[in-house]
Design a protein around this ligand. Sequence first.
Ligand SMILES: [Fe+2]
Length: 175
Amino acid sequence: MEKSGAATQPKRKETNTHATTSDLSRDGVVEISSSLRQLLADVFALYLKTKNFHWHMIGRHFRDYHLLLDEHAEQVFAMTDDIAERARKIGGATLRSISDISRHQRLQDNNEESVAPKEMLEELFADNQQLTRFLRFTHEVCEKHNDVATASLIENWIDETERRTWFLSEITKEV
Ligand SMILES: [Fe+2]
C-alpha cells in the first residue's frame, strides 16, 4: 500500500537566500567577502605607507623615488573601490572605518620618525611581495567557490603588484 503525505514531501532545495545577491553559495559569499575585507585593509595600509614614504623621502634620488612612490600609491588606491564593491556585488559587506582597517590589516604600519631611503624601498618591496601572497590566497578562495569575476580582478592586481615589486627590487640593488 502506498501512502502519500509527509514522508514524500519534497526536500527543500538550498537556493539563494535574501542575503546573497549573486548565485554564489552563502558560505562562498561569507568566505570571499571576509577575505576581500582583509585584502582591503592591507591595501589601505599599503597606500598610506607608500604615501608616507613619498612624503618623507630624502636624499640624492629624491625626485625619482618621490615620483615613483606617488605612482605606486595611485595604483594601490585604485584597487580599494573595486575590492569593496566586489564584496557588495556578491552580497557581502566591507570595511566601514579607519578602526575597521586597523582591526583587519595584516601588513604593518611604519610610524618611525626617520627612515632611510633604502629602508623605505626595501620595506615597500617586502609589503608588495606579501600583498601578492595575500592576493593569491584570496584567488584560491574565489576559485573554490567559482567566483570567476573576483578571481579575474585579482589576476590583474597580482600583475600590477608584481610590477611594483620589480621596480622596487631593481632600484634597491643600486641604492
Ligand atoms: Fe604628492
